[in-house]
Design a protein. Sequence first.
Length: 295
Amino acid sequence: MPTMVLDIGGTAIKSGLYQDGALSEIRETATEAMKGGPQVVNRILEIIRDYRNICPFDKIGISTAGQVDPVRGCIIYANENIPGYTGTMLKDIMEQEFQVPTAVENDVNAAAIGEAVFGAGQNQKDFVCLTYGTGVGGAIFTNGKLYSGSSYSAGEFGCIVIHPEERNPAKDLFSGCYERYASTTALVNYAKKLDASLSNGRIIFRRQEEPYVKEIIDRWIMEIVYGLVTIVHMLNPSCAILGGGVMEQPYVLQQIQEKLYQNIMPSFRHVQIKKAELGNRAGMLGAAVLEEAIF
């Protein structure tokens, strides 16, 4: 019997059915996150009820934005991208409604699990996974297992302070932090200040041969490298898997590897820089195999 899987993001909820290593009936539904956590939960329930009319399932696996306690299956913390989501007891809600075991995990952790089982992390025992998008998310695998930390929140690489001269936590807890400089949002915000027509990543990379646009991109790539220098020296991974739509740009990955090796000690240069292989399926595939660790 298949597993019902969902990947809940601030923009879209991806859903599908998983069985025997494959996803089917894949859909994407607008999250409408700004309507708040309770409304997001209602959308999730509606989506799953619709799938139940198509096909019975015996488990539910959920990948979601926010910090997650995977044991209780609840949202420990979510920022204002989904207002009122903090404290949501997703596991309890789903099990009460559908009477099947439910596993819940943070979206980046779920994506890393997906990559470990099906993608770029196969045969890698010690690796890190980072996603560059609206923010910067991270996950850590050590000795073949996800490292969650003492309160299930390890891997918050976006909080690494890389510009202490900009630090003002009373005003902005993320001021001076990696996320403010290395995310795709940071790239677009910086580019728009110089040229309002550079309004998204696709436009920026279409024009990357223009000298001043290339300079913007190269400056942003170095921000990515600054954080990776700390992560590589601290965790000594065999591999760093980089995800997010912007990593589909070959120039970005090539430059990250080249610049990173110039900035780390020789004994750490065995680290491989890989592009995530599963794309937007990573969270769903990771959610599909959570039961191996939880159920």
